[in-house]
Design a protein around this ligand. Sequence first.
Ligand code: ADP
Length: 165
Amino acid sequence: MKKIAVYPGSFDPITNGHVDIIKRGLRIFDELIVLVAYNPNKKSLFSVEERIEMIEEVIRDCKNVRVDCFKGLLVEYVKGVGASVILRGLRALSDFEYEFQLALINRRLDRDVETVFLMTGYKWFYTSSTIINEAASLGGSVKGLVPEIVNQKMQEKYKSGKEKP
Ligand code: ADP
């Protein structure tokens, strides 16, 4: 049977840290779904549609991975697509408590769904969408931290003056 994993997140926008987790996840699982979660509690820079478009561009040459979006209970989505694993990335200690809580609640909601963590690549230890957004909004270069397509989109967004820090 195919082992399908779901990699959920905000991906606002996708960073090289996310890409690293996707590529390494693909070495473990037969299929990966990058799931852009609608989170009404988080102020976002890019719309869900824009985020999906960027991810699709980034994974264009990768096999066995696709993008989707979802509003609702994650474990229900996971079950619905025939997956059994939630893939998450771990960076600094600060990620741990939140990720621990999330994994525990998801396990409580469905014991057949396991959360699997991949430790971040050392280069991406301090890379987060939030920090990248902040730097870019102040005119800082984020080249090398995000895929080139994302770098361009961020420059366009901030240059257009629509987004202010
Ligand atoms: P969320 O809003 O759910 O935290 P994110 O898009 O910020 O969504 O992150 C999605 C997942 O990717 C989380 O598990 C997060 O810890 C992981 N992640 C984010 N940035 C990195 C990185 N630089 N290295 C490894 N994992 C990361």
